[in-house]
Design a protein around this ligand. Structure first.
Ligand SMILES: [Zn+2]
Length: 83
């Protein structure tokens, strides 16, 4: 592990392959997570939150993140038009 870290360069690790990528080259994707314990009655716990993950360029392409992002942007624009 004799890897030198370069000063100010901040890097993130790819959520898919674990590769370390510079933040400005990483693909950021925010997805909504929904979690439920599926218990009946008052014991049931549901959780909805946003989870931001980073992918390297190749994984971003491979998992079609770019298309999802484009779709998200399109949907957002449409929503703004009708509001
Ligand atoms: Zn990757």
């Amino acid at each position: 592990m004799g890897k030198k870290r370069r000063g100010r360069e901040r890097s993130v690790s790819c959520a898919n392959c674990g590769r370390t990528v510079p933040r400005d080259k990483a693909v950021e994707y925010t997805k909504r997570t929904h979690f439920t314990t599926d218990l009946k009655g008052d014991d049931n716990v549901t959780f909805t939150g946003f989870n931001t993950v980073h992918y390297c360029i190749s994984c971003g392409k491979h998992s079609k993140i770019f298309e999802k992002k484009k779709e998200q942007a399109k949907r957002k624009r449409e929503r703004e038009m009708y509001e």
